[in-house]
Design a protein around this ligand. Structure first.
Ligand SMILES: [Zn+2]
Length: 262
């Protein structure tokens, strides 16, 4: 699942390709939007808000898309082959004479008035990569339900926006926090939130994320996707479980020695 920094980088690339130019091609290949006409409108900016991508147009409209688990935007020169998947997976095409931006399996496509963007993203907590990041507000929202398990609360985009399953597991490892600890019992929640913001910023321009300092494939995570393997710090076997109520449970892994249950 793309994390907030991946979405941020996608927005930056789309912005570079599209911003300041009129759309000469605009196709939204979903039934609800198949008659929506955006061709001829000039893209003012593409920005991320949490994991949402907002393409703002000079007509006063905004196109929202979301990558969810499997979506991606590919940017290719006109005339070049599209390589992101089968044609039926293409849900959106935005293009100008220089670039074609092809949205594969992008979700939640919606067109709203730009001054009504909050209808789509107003529920989000403070955005870890946003210009209005507010650490104190993120902590306040995490503590609003003190009995909630911290691993679950970190994934809730209403508490803070940008953390996915990978950063959840890695942040908890780095802070020595067991994922099933109630948020109200986490020793230093401001420290956890601060680290989240710093690590997403550190990785936001990088094509490959790392939390270990190593960019080598297979060495870039501490515990994420490493259940059954030895902890990189102490050698104990990393364990894993599902967390959250069905059907929304998500896997989490942790080191029982470095992240003891309280
Ligand atoms: Zn360990």
């Amino acid at each position: 699942m793309p994390e907030g920094d991946t979405v941020w980088l996608t927005a930056k690339r789309l912005n570079t390709a599209l911003s300041g130019r009129a759309l000469t091609r605009a196709e939204l290949r979903v039934p609800a939007l198949s008659t929506t006409e955006l061709t001829g409108m000039t893209v003012q900016a593409v920005v991320s808000r949490g994991k949402h991508l907002l393409t703002r147009l000079d007509s006063g409209l905004t196109l929202r898309s979301h990558l969810r688990m499997d979506g991606s935007w590919r940017i290719v020169r006109p005339g070049r082959r599209w390589s992101g998947g089968p044609a039926y997976a293409v849900r959106a095409v935005l293009g100008n004479p220089e670039w074609q931006c092809v949205g594969y399996r992008v979700h939640d496509l919606a067109v709203v008035r730009t001054d009504r963007e909050n209808d789509l993203v107003g529920h989000l907590g403070p955005d870890l990569l946003g210009p209005d990041w507010d650490a104190a507000e993120a902590v306040r929202r995490l503590l609003a339900e003190p009995q909630r398990e911290v691993g679950e609360a970190l994934l809730d985009q209403r508490t803070l926006a940008g953390i996915g399953n990978m950063y959840k597991a890695e942040l908890l490892f780095l802070r020595g926090v067991h994922p099933f600890t109630p948020t109200g019992s986490v020793t230093d929640l401001p420290g956890l939130v601060d680290l989240a913001q710093r690590i997403l910023h550190r990785n936001k321009d990088a094509p490959e994320q790392t939390t270990t300092g190593s960019n080598r494939r297979g060495e870039n995570y501490w515990v994420y996707l490493r259940t059954g393997q030895p902890c990189r710090r102490c050698g104990s076997t990393v364990v894993g479980a599902d967390q959250g109520a069905p059907p929304y449970q998500r896997p989490v892994s942790w080191c029982p020695n470095c992240q003891p249950a309280r």
